[in-house]
Ligand binder design. Structure first.
Ligand code: SF4
Length: 431
């Protein structure tokens, strides 16, 4: 079936897994903490700095996950708060102020400073929002200082981005009364993807278009009742809620993963902005056909294979939809750390009925289900990948899907390739 035909189908008319029961588990879980989001956020907002207020463990995590920037000035660091009792908290605030003073003195390029909370108990006792307002008063208007939590106590690592973007929403200017409709794309996208999407919206005659987060702190888009927002990432529940409170209306669409997801995502914007169907078809036809042909090359080797998702990034449902609809794979269980029914509605409707949906995790029970199902491919966090590989299963690290540009037509085949690679490696090992 071509995507041109699929777009004629309203995803809301499909049922798929729309009403499917969800297996809810609350046990031990294996996920990274929200500090991880700094790795892609610091690359995106080019004049921001992320100061983690944390422990040595936090510093080690960031150092090993993000590496050291040798050729550029660093744009994240950890202010280490050691063991101290309540009486020592006044000193901790003074120390934090001194660190920020020194940093901003030395780095006039920083325009936006995030104080990022973590989970050690000494940090939880510190009131970082108070610290952010105190320091903001001191450094305004040169530097804006915000705070959010990247703590490992949250559900999963992508919530770090949600918390970061949510902290920016109150800073967004209000659209002037009577402003024409504008489009807001919400969620960090690689610059190359953002540029492609911007060009496509331009060709469709949709605008003005803003992106959250912006590339520079001073480019925060305006928001108001005329704002129509498209979520580019599926893990932004709190950010979307705050934007809705400011009047933005969310456009319902599957996430822009794969050819079909991208087409329906663009179509949601086109419909909201009254773009004629003929213009939509003309603008999307060639890139869509190119992407369909590129994805089709993977279908022969992947169709019919089964896939099992452990909960990790919250990208699991749209990815399973892509693997099922465009590559013919069979999702057995799709686990997600947190299921936002309304944000996921369009993707759930397109997921094959009969797929087991699970939310949260009880890792031992889920491992038992995975071994019993013996899937051809397992998508999971880093911590589970090695033991599963040792047990003979092909695995894909889900965190790689957050770091890699995978949205839009131009990336659809790369997305297929990311799943094809571990299958090919496993085939070679079996020979
Ligand atoms: S925030 Fe918590 S989970 Fe994350 S690195 Fe620091 S101590 Fe570990």
């Amino acid at each position: 079936m071509s995507t041109a035909i699929r777009t004629a189908q309203n995803p809301l008319d499909a049922t798929g897994c729309g009403d499917a029961p969800v297996l809810r588990e609350r046990g031990q879980r294996e996920v990274f903490c929200g500090l991880t989001g700094i790795i892609w956020l610091h690359r995106k907002i080019q004049d921001a700095f992320f100061l983690i207020v944390g422990s040595r463990t936090c510093a080690h995590l960031m150092q090993s996950a993000a590496g050291v920037m040798i050729f550029a000035e660093p744009r994240f660091a950890t202010a280490i708060i050691d063991d101290r009792d309540l009486a020592g908290l006044a000193d901790a605030n003074d120390e934090l102020d001194a660190v920020v003073d020194k940093l901003l003195d030395r780095r006039p390029d920083i325009k936006l400073l995030f104080l990022v909370g973590s989970c050690p108990s000494e940090v939880i006792k510190l009131d970082l929002s108070r610290a952010a307002s105190r320091l903001s008063r001191r450094f305004a208007p040169r530097v804006r200082i915000l705070n959010y939590s990247g703590s490992g106590i949250e559900t999963t690592f992508t919530q770090g981005e949600d918390n970061c973007l949510a902290s920016m929403v109150p800073e967004m200017p209000a659209s002037p009364a009577g402003a024409p409709a504008s489009l807001l794309v919400v969620g960090t996208l690689a610059d190359v993807v953002e540029d492609q999407l911007r060009r496509r919206f331009d060709e469709l005659g949709i605008g003005p278009v803003g992106f959250l987060p912006p590339r520079r702190a001073g480019e925060l888009p305006a928001v108001g009742p005329a704002t129509r927002m498209l979520l580019a990432q599926p893990y932004l529940a709190e950010t979307a809620r705050l934007l809705e409170e400011r009047g933005a209306q969310r456009l319902e669409a599957p996430f822009p993963l794969g050819v079909e997801g991208t087409t329906l995502w663009l179509k949601a914007a086109a419909d909201a902005f009254g773009v004629p169907a003929e213009r939509f078809e003309r603008v999307t036809e060639r890139p869509r056909q190119r992407a369909e042909a590129a994805v089709a090359r993977y279908r022969d080797t992947m169709a019919g294979l089964s896939v099992f998702f452990f909960p990790d990034s919250q990208l699991e449902i749209p990815l399973a939809r892509f693997l099922a609809r465009e590559l013919g794979m069979r999702p057995i269980e799709v686990g997600t750390p947190y299921l936002h029914r309304s944000h996921m509605a369009a993707d759930l409707a397109l997921l094959p009925s009969g797929t087991t949906l699970s939310e949260g995790q009880d890792v031992d029970r889920q491992l038992d289900r995975c071994h019993a199902a013996a899937p051809d491919l397992v998508v999971c966090g880093l911590g589970l990948a090695n033991p599963l590989e040792a047990a003979g299963l092909a695995t894909k690290w889900s965190i790689e899907l957050v770091f890699t540009p995978i949205q839009g037509y131009e990336q659809a085949a790369d997305l297929a390739e990311l799943f094809a690679r571990p299958l090919a490696r496993r085939r070679r090992l079996e020979v």
